[in-house]
Design a binder for this molecule. Structure first.
Ligand SMILES: [Zn+2]
Length: 171
C-alpha cells in the first residue's frame, strides 16, 4: 500500500479502537497512530520510513527477517503496545493507555491494509500463513484512485462518527 493509504488506514484504525473502548478521538491518539502506521515498512530499505532509518532496514534484512513478516505481525503490534504499557506504568507517564492502544491500532492497520495486495502478509508470523484479502497491485491504478477514495471516506467517516459520539480531545 502507498504511504497516504497507510496513514488513512491508521487514522481509521485508531477511530475504530477508540470507538470500541468508548474513548474520545484525541490529537495524541492520532499523533501516535499515524507514524505507527508506517513503522512496519522499516523492513524495506526503499520505503519512506526505511530511507530515513539509516542502516536499520539493512540490519533487519541481514538478520534474516523477510519483508512482511515480523514487522507486519500481530506479535509486533502486541510487543510494542505491551512495551509502552510496561514503560509508561513503571515511569508514571501520563496517557500511557491512549499511547499504547493508538500504537497497537496504528501498527495493525498497516499489515491489514497490505493484505489487500497481491503478495499478502504473514500477519500471524512466526506462524507461516500468508494472509491475502485481494490481489491489488501496489501503486497501481486501483490503489491510486478507488482505494485512495475509499480510505478517505473511511478515515473521515469513522473519525467523525466516533468523535461525534464520544467527543474530541487533546489527550
Ligand atoms: Zn508494508
Amino acid at each position: 500500500m502507498m504511504k497516504h493509504n497507510h496513514l488513512m488506514a491508521a487514522a481509521t484504525a485508531v477511530g475504530i479502537a477508540d470507538g470500541l473502548v468508548h474513548w474520545p478521538i484525541t490529537v495524541l491518539g492520532l499523533a501516535v497512530a499515524l507514524p505507527a502506521g508506517l513503522i512496519s515498512d522499516l523492513d524495506t530499505p526503499t520505503s519512506s520510513f526505511g530511507q530515513r532509518s539509516g542502516p536499520l532496514p539493512y540490519l533487519i534484512r541481514a538478520m534474516g527477517i523477510q519483508h512482511r513478516t515480523l514487522f507486519h505481525s500481530v506479535l509486533f503490534a502486541a510487543l510494542v503496545a505491551s512495551g509502552v504499557l510496561w514503560l509508561g506504568t513503571a515511569h508514571h507517564w501520563p496517557y500511557t493507555q491512549v499511547v499504547a492502544l493508538s500504537a497497537f491500532a496504528g501498527i495493525m492497520a498497516h499489515p491489514i491494509a497490505d493484505a489487500f495486495s497481491a503478495s499478502g502478509v504473514s500477519i500471524f508470523w512466526p506462524v507461516p500463513v500468508r494472509v491475502r484479502f485481494a490481489r491489488m497491485r501496489v501503486e497501481g491504478m486501483t490503489e491510486r484512485t478507488w482505494v485512495t477514495l475509499l480510505m478517505m471516506v473511511l478515515a473521515v467517516g469513522v473519525t467523525a462518527y466516533v468523535g461525534s459520539r464520544y467527543g474530541w480531545g487533546l489527550f
